[in-house]
Each structure stands twice: as C-alpha cells, then as structure tokens.
Design a protein around this ligand. Structure first.
Ligand code: ZN
Length: 95
C-alpha cells in the first residue's frame, strides 16, 4: 500500500467525521496521539508503541485530508532520496 492509498482509505473511513471536527480539533487529536506514542516509547512498551505509530499516521492522514494536502506528494517532493538541506544521501548536516 502506498501513502496515498492509506490516505484515501482514511478519507473513506473518517472524512465525514474529520471534516465536522475541523482542523484544530483534528490537530489536537494528533498531538494527543504523539504524546501517547512518547509514553509508550518511554516505557519501552513496543507493542503499545506500534499501535501509537498507527494512530499518529492515521491522524496525520486525517489532518491532511481536511486541509487538502496529498501526504505522499508532499513527502516525496521534499524528501526525494536526499536531505532537503544539504542535498546529500545520507545527510551530512551538522547538528
Ligand atoms: Zn542534511
């Protein structure tokens, strides 16, 4: 499955609810899911972390759907097999 297929699936499943909740509400959910991902990682609970990764990408796709962003296109346009800052692969940027 490609990123755009996942995003389309999320649109079929949830767009009606995501659109009603709106951008801010959906963004807040995404932030909550990121916090839950961090909690799972901090506890080294990788089974829970796997579920939270799924929630994060699902809510990111929802947010992209209601803002009209194609996630796959956006990601590939910016990260096209090289670092967008130094243009190298692997990245050679200094911290
Ligand atoms: Zn770089």
């Amino acid at each position: 499955m490609h990123i755009h297929e996942f995003q389309d699936m999320m649109r079929r499943l949830y767009f009606h609810r995501d659109a009603e909740r709106g951008v801010k509400g959906t963004y807040d959910w995404l932030k909550d899911e990121l916090d839950e991902l961090w909690e799972a990682l901090e506890e080294k609970d990788m089974k829970a972390a796997e579920k939270e990764f799924a929630d994060v990408i699902a809510w990111l796709a929802s947010l992209a759907n209601i803002t009209g962003i194609n996630l796959e296109k956006a990601a590939i346009n910016k990260y096209n097999d090289k670092c967008p800052k130094c243009q190298q692969s692997p990245c050679c940027c200094t911290f």
